[in-house]
Design a protein around this ligand. Structure first.
Ligand code: ZN
Length: 327
């Protein structure tokens, strides 16, 4: 894939192509936006374009026909795609943490001139997971960027990065995809019609989320845990990732319950195959209570990054849901 093939991120792609055309490549970027909307893919495509041996025109999005986009076929593009280009490095957190050791690897990689390519490119995925010592060390790298190097921080929570780091990067914003674009991305990967339809609705503009997991199975698991909560069973999450996924689904279910209460129109539901279940769950509950629970769950979802205690969070959430929905 090259920049011109990215679906639905018109503004970000035009900015990146513009940077390539004007040859005004900054030493560091921050790609921001929700999880699953193509930030990392765009970062890799940008790295390919920076080093492509046979650049191509970037297509109809821009007026210039300068050859600046990746060809996808040359040795450089292939090596970056396979993650084996000597001038390309992708750093991801381990156990939700980027440590100072990773920053040392970045420094080491950037300390040489490009071996084969034009620009040494480092992508730091989920950059907000850097701990304090990693962030401090990384700031030094950003303050004195080695020549011919580009660092791209990718983050769904840029507000968690120190301001000193954010302010040194050129920011490129990405947004959830429109319904049509999301369906277009998913249609390329999901051939089962029923799964496709549910994934398109549940992903809510974030096709990467639908592609990285089986949302149908995941929702079954979410509903099962919800049942457990309402019956005062004990903590059913096994990790923080699971907690995050559970809250993401629960928020959409509460959103649907609110919509049902206010409009009584099942066509507007994300989970429209669960109309009966959701109607039953919200039948004797005031809409204000549902909205309150939604707000509380959103607040807890935001706090999850602070390593909330799993069983305390479970008990608190379960007791609120029982009071609100079962009383
Ligand atoms: Zn190429």
């Amino acid at each position: 894939m090259s920049l011109k093939d990215i679906i639905g991120q018109e503004k970000a792609v035009r900015m990146l192509l513009g940077i390539l055309i004007r040859q005004k490549v900054a030493s560091s970027y921050l790609f921001c936006g929700e999880t699953g909307i193509g930030k990392k893919t765009a970062a890799v495509d940008f790295a390919k374009a920076l080093n492509c041996l046979n650049p191509q025109p970037a297509g109809p999005r821009i007026t210039s026909d300068s050859p600046v986009d990746a060809c996808e076929e040359c040795e450089s593009c292939s090596k970056i795609k396979a993650g084996v280009h000597p001038d390309f490095l992708l750093i991801s957190p381990e156990e939700r943490l980027i440590r100072i050791e990773e920053v040392r690897i970045i420094d080491d990689a950037l300390s040489y001139k490009p071996f084969e390519g034009r620009k040494k490119t480092v992508i730091v995925d989920d950059a907000e997971t850097m701990n304090i010592s990693a962030a401090n060390a990384f700031l030094k790298t950003l303050e004195e960027p080695p020549q011919d190097s580009v660092i791209i921080l990718v983050s769904s929570r840029p507000d968690l990065l120190p301001e000193t780091i954010r302010s040194r990067c050129s920011r490129i914003n990405f947004f959830p995809l429109s319904k049509a674009s999301c369906r277009e991305v998913l249609a390329e990967k999901e051939k089962d019609a029923e799964k496709f339809s549910l994934a398109a609705r549940l992903s809510m503009g974030r096709p990467g989320i639908a592609l990285s997991s089986d949302l149908h199975e995941e929702r079954k698991w979410v509903l099962n845990l919800l049942r457990g909560m309402l019956h005062a069973e004990k903590d059913g999450w096994s990790s923080r990732d699971e907690m995050q996924r559970w809250f993401d689904h629960a928020l959409v279910l509460l959103r649907d319950m609110t919509v049902l209460k206010l409009t009584d129109d099942p066509r507007q539901l994300v989970n429209n195959d669960l109309e009966g279940y959701l109607t039953g769950l919200s039948k004797s509950v005031d809409v204000k209570v549902i909205i309150y629970i939604h707000q509380e769950l959103s607040r807890i979802r935001r706090l999850l990054q602070f390593n909330l205690n799993k069983s305390i969070t479970w008990n608190y959430t379960a007791s609120m849901l029982r009071k609100g929905l079962v009383f």
